[in-house]
Design a protein around this ligand. Structure first.
Ligand SMILES: Nc1ncnc2c1ncn2[C@@H]1O[C@H](COP(=O)(O)OP(=O)(O)OP(=O)(O)O)[C@@H](O)[C@H]1O
Ligand SMILES: [K+]
Ligand SMILES: [Mg+2]
Length: 699
């Protein structure tokens, strides 16, 4: 293919042609208000039982008001209309809270849509640069197609890098402007359609159909199209419905009770329907009913702000209940990749013999470990370059724990000491004691020893160095104080694992873990009743990710890992798991706090309104008017207004979440009960009294 034939893939425009919003944060107020009114449709209201009762109450009160104007009312028309208006406000405030929460996601989705563009891809017949090529529009690309993407071009679809290394600008999806490396072979092989190659080139294989790509899924997710109720939300809803039914019954029996009272006393007036509706609305848990879905949506967008995409609210909620955290070692607890730093020879051999053998054994090894061995051998030992002609590479696998090459009649292997020992002994050789000591010495320092052998003969050891991330020990300490157990799982040997585990301060570790071992460990914890979170990026992590309750896949990771997880971290930062747990916990706590507040509040209102509502029937109840409210009507209207305004007052808390500290669940529970329970009991007395004072001139 001649260079002039190259079709640049950046010369077409996106469907909307708009620039992405630099700060997707919120929608304009007018659209929030419009949305609050649109949500007045009965179909929307029916989904929220508590608010549906308020909705029906608003309609009935409005009808009663119209009747009163016609001279056929059970109370003054002005009073009935005032109550009706505030009931409508209550419904609108609830709608507005939800719209406000959804707004953030919608703004985010708009920005993402703008970054999705239709480009022309250069499809190759074979995954080679010299293969025939032809142009295909990105929305017609088939799964499995090979595509060549040059520097400056947009990656046309989701896929995996087959050939090449490139730096990629992923800011379209992550908002992060620092370029990332995407390369063939390792755990950094996945690329996302809509991102841009900055330097070098890649040949990729398309893995997702147009319309089902990551960006499409992301848009659907942030728009909340697939947001279902989570198990905890469902349970809470049942409680709220039960409370609503109880108070409905209470209010219904109050009417005959009141009529009976009037008959017995021979004086007074039965309670009006308007007052009963007001009473009912004040008593049912409207505060949490109005804010519940906003809390869930806000949790999701808080996850999004942390650059984590959750495929369901359920996953976020599970994150809040997680009590075991599995982390792999390399790249999570330690920085980036393991790098070769030293060659140690077996007795009677030279270091450069080890360097040479390790170099050859890594010639075809595309893993970061393999490449770093090639770099060290060429840099420090001047080994002779060699092509792969006539050689038979043996790729690394997490199960065999070794890799190598058959070349020039040599059977070169490198890998974990135990694997190489078995290999050497099978070939009739012995594993020298001196090499064993080297292996132990390297392991004890927390490095990974890779033993190099040629058939039955051990040649030496490569030291792969791992550096523990700074600050990780403190984070594990925080997790411990939250009651979460941290377990490191690694394919490395026991001694290395033990050293790193001790230095990093994890609670437990599993060494020499195969993909199956990781999976089985998760199953074991789950069988004991634990909720398990795990993070991973490799294909060898996929089975475990699929099994974990909360599974955060790295965006840079392999497609298999991303498909298996229920969250994707766009920043590909494994320690993000800690933030995920925090957001989940915060969401559950916020919901609990608002529920506590709501129920306590309603109890207090009971004492505020009952005397007012029934003083006409049972004058003795006037003694209960401890707040000294102006009149029964002003008391009832004040309670309804307070009930509506408290929703508005708590919207910021619902969206922002309660303040979160790393503490055991019991401490958090106690403090929340104190703040939101006691606060909920006191607030209505102060609030209703204040509103009553303001209303007095109108009565
Ligand atoms: N390229 C390679 N060639 C040969 N052996 C390797 C190679 N990479 C790793 N090994 C050996 O295989 C073992 C398992 O490696 P692997 O990368 O699968 O570990 P893991 O399960 O991903 O754990 P972690 O990456 O957290 O340490 C390593 O400890 C090392 O001894
Ligand atoms: K209420
Ligand atoms: Mg690994």
């Amino acid at each position: 293919m001649s260079q002039t034939e190259v079709i640049t893939s950046t010369n077409s425009t996106g469907p909307s042609g708009k620039q992405p919003d630099p700060q997707p944060g919120a929608l304009p107020w007018t659209s929030i208000i419009g949305e609050a009114f649109r949500k007045l449709s009965p179909r929307v209201q029916m989904k929220n039982p508590v608010m549906f009762v308020v909705y029906v109450g608003s309609i009935v009160a409005t009808v009663l008001g119209i009747q009163a104007v016609r001279g056929d009312g059970d109370a003054p028309a002005g009073f009935i209309f005032a109550v009706a208006a505030w009931l409508w406000f209550t419904v609108l405030f609830a709608n507005g809270a939800e719209a406000l929460a959804e707004g953030r996601g919608k703004a985010h989705a708009q920005a993402l849509r703008a970054s999705r563009r239709r480009v022309v891809a250069r499809v190759l017949k074979e995954p080679r640069l010299d293969s025939t090529s032809w142009p295909v529009p990105s929305d017609e690309l088939a799964v499995g197609a090979y595509v060549h993407v040059n520097a400056g071009e947009t990656i046309p679809a989701d896929g995996e890098v087959l050939v090449g290394v490139a730096s990629v600008d992923e800011s379209a999806i992550t908002g992060e402007s620092a370029p990332v490396i995407r390369e063939a072979g390792g755990d950094l092989s996945s690329v996302t359609g809509g991102t841009r190659v900055l330097s070098d080139w890649i040949i990729m294989r398309v893995t997702a159909k147009p319309g089902e790509a990551f960006l499409d899924r992301m848009i659907a997710m942030v728009e909340g199209a697939k947001r279902g109720k989570t198990p905890n939300e469902l349970a809470l809803n049942i409680l709220l419905v039960a409370l609503t039914l109880i108070f409905l019954l209470v209010c219904m029996t109050l009417l005959p009770f009141s009529i009976f009272g009037v008959q017995v006393n021979g004086a007074g007036q039965p309670v009006s329907i308007t007052v009963l509706i007001a009473l009912l609305v004040c008593l049912i848990p409207t505060t949490i009913g109005a804010l519940l879905s906003a809390v869930g949506i806000a949790g999701m967008s808080r996850m999004m702000n942390a650059n984590v995409l959750a495929t369901s609210g359920r996953a976020i909620e599970a994150a809040g209940d997680v009590d075991v955290l599995l982390l792999d070692k390399t790249g999570t607890i330690t920085l980036g990749n393991r790098e070769a730093v030293r060659f140690v020879s077996a007795p009677g051999l030279s270091e450069s013999a080890v360097a040479n053998a390790a170099y050859l054994a890594s010639l075809a090894d595309e893993t970061p470990e393999g490449r770093s061995i090639v770099t060290l051998a060429k840099g420090s030992f001047n080994v002779k370059s060699r092509t792969l002609d006539g050689a038979e590479p043996i790729p690394f696998s997490a199960t065999t724990r070794m890799s190598g090459i058959d070349i020039d009649d040599r059977q070169l292997r490198k890998g974990a000491a135990s694997a190489i020992r078995a290999y050497v002994e099978r070939a009739g050789g012995t594993f020298p004691e001196a090499v064993n000591l080297t292996v132990e010495e390297i392991s004890r320092r927390g490095s990974t020893p890779l033993v190099v052998a040629d058939g039955p003969r051990v040649i030496g050891v490569v030291e792969l160095k791992d550096i523990i991330k700074r600050g990780i020990k403190e984070r594990f300490g925080q997790l411990r104080s939250m009651g979460i157990k941290t377990v490191m799982i690694t394919g490395d040997n026991k001694l290395t694992a033990a050293t790193i585990a001790a230095d990093a301060g994890v609670d437990d570790f599993l060494a020499e873990a195969t993909p199956e071992d990781k999976l089985n460990l998760i199953r074991k914890y789950q069988a004991e009743g634990h909720l398990v979170a795990m993070t991973g990026d490799g294909t060898n992590d996929a089975p475990a990710l699929a099994q974990a309750d909360v599974a955060v896949a790295m965006n840079s990771g392999t497609q298999a890992a991303k498909e298996a997880g229920n969250m994707v971290d766009l920043d590909s930062n494994p320690t993000k798991l800690l933030r995920v747990v925090e957001v989940g916990k915060q969401m559950i706590m916020t919901r609990g706090a608002l529920t506590t507040f709501s129920v306590a509040n309603d109890l207090a209102k009971y004492f505020a309104i009952i005397p007012a509502a029934f003083v006409a029937t049972y004058p003795a109840l006037g003694a209960l008017n401890v707040m000294g409210l102006h009149s029964p009507s002003s008391a009832i209207l004040s309670a309804v207004i307070f009930n509506a305004l408290i929703i508005v007052a708590l919207i910021p808390l619902a969206l922002r979440g309660v303040k979160y500290r790393a503490e055991p669940a019991s401490h958090l529970l106690r403090r929340n009960l104190l703040i939101y329970g006691v606060g909920g009991l006191i607030a209505p007395f102060i609030g209703i009294k204040l509103i009553d004072i303001l209303l007095t001139p109108f009565f």
